[in-house]
Design a protein around this ligand. Structure first.
Ligand code: HSE
Length: 323
């Protein structure tokens, strides 16, 4: 049922009749940057947030329920990030959002550099896409553009949307991506600390400009990293070197910086995951993972949760929930 015309903002179409539509969205965690690929490269990891969204009859109020990570902490109103992303997607198509019931079951840690906010944004966009099936069309570029508008940079949302290893870049027409299949020998391992890190703080530590030779250094390593992840995992240690972001941010996450140094000195391709403070180790086999876990247990002065996570190859999915 449509909302009364008097409630509509200028240029907004009435809410379509979606009553009875009910979708389930599953979105993977991500690790962005991967060392040298600042704001560009990202990897989807097999740990998922799930969100069910049901369109309610007109006149009902918004309902938000959160289980798992964030339960009792995140807002349960219009400011919930998934709700904002659904509303944003409807608004970009000039549609008013009908009342919805949203149930989130979250497994991606918050504030740890594993793409939880990107996953929430992608969940909302995919839920809107599912609710609007047959009414509005969204291609891959549309989805990435919507997600990047909300996240600010495309490197987390591209792998969350499409899975695998993604290269994301911006054009005057909007963000674009290329998805690549990661070599089967790559065995990611994530170390998650108990404390959080704000992406805004991490970004505030970036300088306005960087030395030309550092830019060249990262161009070479990020090109090499794509080859290493797709074809030659034995090159991952050299390919994960970086001079563009990690050392500028190290002062805000000293434990992360220390453990990365120890792991790299032992030959493990360890990098800050996203804006931190988690650490991603791009191990080449399960034995290397086990050695990295041992090193972390023996040398770290803080508690790290070790998560061996496979690469997710599918990205976000949306399916209908039968009545
Ligand atoms: N590329 C982003 C950053 C990822 O490092 O700031 C975190 O959102």
């Amino acid at each position: 049922m449509s909302a009364p015309a008097a409630d509509l903002a200028v240029g907004e179409r009435a809410a379509p009749d979606l009553a009875g539509r009910h979708v389930l969205v599953k979105v993977p965690a991500t690790s962005a940057n991967l060392g040298p690929g600042f704001d560009t490269l990202g990897l989807a990891l097999a740990r998922y947030d799930e969100v069910e969204v049901e369109a309610l009859p007109a006149g009902r109020a918004l309902e938000v329920v959160v289980h798992g990570v964030g339960e009792g902490e995140v807002p349960l109103d219009e400011s919930h990030l998934v709700v904002r992303a659904i509303a944003h997607t409807f608004a970009r198509r000039g549609l008013a959002l009908p009342p919805i019931r949203l149930v989130a079951r979250n497994a991606i840690p918050h504030g740890r550099g594993l793409g939880s906010s990107g996953a929430a944004i992608v969940a909302g966009i995919m839920a809107a896409k599912g609710l609007l099936e047959g009414i509005e069309e969204f291609d891959a570029d549309d989805l990435l553009e919507l997600a990047t508008e909300l996240e600010g940079h495309p490197d987390n949302v591209a792998p969350a949307l499409f899975g695998g290893l993604t290269i994301a870049w911006t054009t005057p027409e909007g963000p674009r991506h290329k998805k690549l299949i990661v070599h089967r020998g790559v065995s990611p391992l994530v170390f998650v600390p108990e404390h959080e890190m704000s992406t805004a703080l991490a970004r505030s530590l970036q300088p306005e400009s960087v030395p030309h030779e550092d830019a060249v250094f990262n161009v070479s390593r990020s090109a090499l990293l794509v080859a290493a992840l797709v074809q030659s995992p034995e090159l991952l240690l050299a390919a994960t070197e970086d001079k563009l972001h990690q050392h500028y941010r190290a002062q805000a996450m000293p434990e992360t910086d220390r453990l990365i140094r120890v792991l790299r000195a032992a030959g493990h391709p360890a990098v800050v995951s996203g804006a931190g403070p988690s650490i991603l180790v791009l191990a080449s086999d399960p034995a290397e993972r086990a050695d990295a876990v041992r090193i972390a247990e023996e040398s770290a002065e803080t508690v790290w949760q070790a998560l061996p996570l496979a690469v997710d190859f599918k990205g976000a999915t949306v399916t209908d929930v039968e009545g």
